[in-house]
Design a protein around this ligand. Structure first.
Ligand code: C2O
Ligand code: CU
Length: 654
């Protein structure tokens, strides 16, 4: 429903521009023509504009179901515009048209007509967010004045009796129009250019309605000193990950020129135990590009977070960097490069990171498998589990406990389905689900960057895991194929799954800071290139204010997705408790996330404790969206960073 209304509304808005221009044009030509032709056309065009505005009001009313954030801005701006235009037409234009010689009197005001149509066009086209605040007045005013001026100039040139012929005049006017349009586009593109060198420090901030005792973000604590207090003693688990290019062959026979860790993709799975001190040496053997390691979902000390230009410099070719942290959280995580991540993750620089409970027995006969789904975007978008695009067969004796750790390494959500066995969803984003009930098969929309762990006991018959394309079939003899499964199981709703348990805070807790992040979708320019922008409160990185907190704060964030795309919002360094989904409190197990897929039209309220000082990215894990500016940061008062990002530096975290 939301998507329908959203896109119909968008199409109306886009059509309004050519219609408004055509209407102005027709009015301008009125006196030159005779008969009822232009008059009828004029009526038709203005009728369409009014109908469009009326439909947008209807759309706004339909969106009231999604909340005021969706309907309000449309109602506030489109409805008055509609009323205004209709009134002007009724009290001024119509009587004049009906009076003798009315058409030519109207035609004597082409500037006004152009301006009026342009104003309606702007109101119709602009997204709710663009219309917020003073920008609306400024933008509408500029367009109205510009249109009025152009209308009169146009009119004058039309009347002048130069020696040039009619066609020359038309061509000159056309050229003028094109030149103006080009100037606007170039100006817009240039204005979007990012600084060659920018720091996370000193930009706009938002304190979320809480006081800030320490306003100085200069001369405070550097992120480089935030290495954690619990890293003493001999490293227990040591790994080396070497970033290097490698040709990888998929089971389809397709060759992928991948960027890998240690020559394989996914990179080696790092398995440790809770309490282990983990030491990973990153070595860069990629030609000409930097690399880092980010521990996605692991709340490491800030200096170990691996974000180029924020917590470290990208590791240059030939260089190395040592990451060291205590593995305190049990669960399924993953690691990936956070330098040019939209390109590097896509090309293969990722792997699984699994933390087992300290006291868990050796794996023994149990099956514990990490299933990373990855789409090779540059290879015709082929989806894989490991290097398999098709069907994998596994032999598992009946009665064996099986745990599957599903990881979606893409930006778009992927549907994972398990059929043929009663199954429990035992963990989400690493955190255990409280009293997970048994489901008769399960279908899960796994958002970008998210993880879901499933557990079942191997039955006598085959169990099929579909991962939106690639498939794994588990059977006692290892020969079974997919197919023949019954109807698709119901979609998991994590907001209602499992049973409640006590949490360190909840809906009734005192909140220190509140933030709302509204996501909108529009065409524009980012860093000089044309792009589809997914804005946060109508801004793109680096203009999105940093969310400022103090240690110990309870922070509430509301994500409102007014766009037509999924946005997996990923906060580094913290786990967020989902309190509310689309206006309804969660009723199942406490639902902790580090990457929350916010679907089109959805609103989520989450809370987290600010207990990990640093400067942390909070961004969309659709990394293409992030590369187009869908990034902001969470900052702790008094924490600074000596690093810089931008074209003039070696750091491009997005
Ligand atoms: Cu998975 Cu900011 O990253
Ligand atoms: Cu996004």
């Amino acid at each position: 429903m939301f998507l329908w209304v959203h896109y119909v509304d968008m199409v109306i808005a886009l059509l309004a521009v050519p219609i408004a221009v055509a209407a102005g044009w027709v009015v301008m030509r009125l006196p030159a023509s005779t008969g009822s032709g232009p008059s009828r056309l004029r009526r038709l065009l203005f009728g369409l504009l009014l109908a469009g505005a009326a439909l947008r009001v209807v759309a706004a009313l339909l969106l009231l179901r999604n909340g005021w954030d969706f309907a309000g801005p449309r109602l506030v701006f489109v409805a008055p515009a509609l009323v205004l235009v209709a009134t002007v037409h009724r009290v001024w234009v119509r009587p004049m048209l009906r009076s003798p010689g009315g058409e030519s009197r109207i035609a004597a005001w082409p500037g006004a007509y152009w301006a009026a149509t342009a104003a309606v066009g702007v109101v119709l086209v602009a997204s709710a967010a663009q219309l917020a605040g003073m920008r609306a007045a400024a933008m509408t005013g500029a367009v109205v004045v510009g249109a009025a001026a152009m209308g009169s100039v146009w009119r004058r040139t039309g009347r002048s009796r130069g020696s040039a012929g009619r066609w020359w005049r038309t061509a000159a006017k056309g050229a003028l129009g094109v030149a103006v349009a080009a100037a606007v586009l170039v100006g817009w593109s240039t204005a979007s250019q990012l600084p060659a060198r920018s720091s996370m420090i000193g930009g706009p901030v938002d304190t979320g309605g809480g006081g800030m005792t320490d306003h100085s973000r200069h001369g405070g604590v550097s992120v480089t000193t935030l290495t954690g207090t619990d890293t003493g003693g001999a490293p227990v688990r040591r790994f080396t990950l070497t970033a290097e290019p490698a040709a990888v062959e998929l089971d389809s026979g397709q060759q992928v020129q991948a960027w890998t860790f240690n020559g394989v993709t996914p990179g080696p799975e790092l398995r440790v135990r809770q309490g282990d001190l983990v030491e990973v040496t990153l070595v860069n053997r990629l030609p000409g590009v930097g690399v880092t390691l980010h521990w996605h979902g692991v709340d490491v000390p800030n200096a170990m977070d691996g974000v180029a230009g924020v917590t470290q410099d990208a590791v240059a070719p030939g260089g190395r960097f040592v990451y060291r942290f205590r593995a305190t959280q049990v669960g399924t995580y993953w690691y990936h490069s956070h330098e040019m991540s939209s390109i590097q993750v896509r090309r293969g620089l990722f792997g699984a990171f699994v933390v087992l409970p300290a006291e868990a027995p050796e794996q023994g006969a149990a099956v514990d498998e990490t299933v990373l789904r990855h789409t090779w975007v540059d290879e015709d978008g082929v989806a894989t589990l490991g290097v398999t695009t098709g069907v994998q067969r596994r032999q598992v004796p009946a009665g064996r406990p099986v745990r599957l750790r599903l990881v979606n390494t893409d930006g778009n959500p992927a549907t994972f389905t398990v059929t043929g066995v009663p199954v429990r969803v035992v963990a989400i984003d690493g955190t255990g689900v409280h009293e997970p009930n048994i489901l008769n098969g399960v279908r899960i929309l796994v958002g970008g960057g998210a993880r879901y762990d499933l557990a079942f006991t191997m039955p006598d018959q085959p169990v099929v895991l579909h991962a939106d394309g690639p498939t794994i079939v588990y059977s006692p003899d290892g020969n079974a194929g997919p197919g023949g499964e019954g109807p698709a199981p119901a979609l998991l709703n994590p907001a209602r799954y499992g049973t409640p348990a006590t949490t360190p805070f909840g809906t009734a807790s005192h909140v220190d800071r509140r933030f709302t992040l509204r996501v909108d979708e529009r065409l524009g320019f980012y860093d000089g290139r044309p792009a589809v922008l997914y804005t946060l409160n109508n801004r793109s990185f680096p203009d999105v204010p940093m969310l400022m907190v103090s240690p110990g704060d309870l922070v509430e964030v509301t994500y409102v997705n007014r766009s037509g795309q999924h946005h997996p919002m990923h906060l580094h360094g913290h786990h967020m408790l989902v309190l509310n989904r689309n206006g309804r409190a969660t009723t199942g197990s406490p639902w902790w996330v580090d990457t929350l897929d916010v679907g089109p039209g959805e609103t989520y309220r989450v809370a987290f404790r600010a207990d990990n000082p640093g400067i942390w990215m909070d961004h969309c894990h659709n990394l293409e969206h992030a590369a187009n500016g869908m990034i902001l940061h969470l900052g702790y008062a008094g924490v600074t960073s000596p690093f810089h990002t931008g074209a003039g530096t070696a750091n491009h975290p997005e």
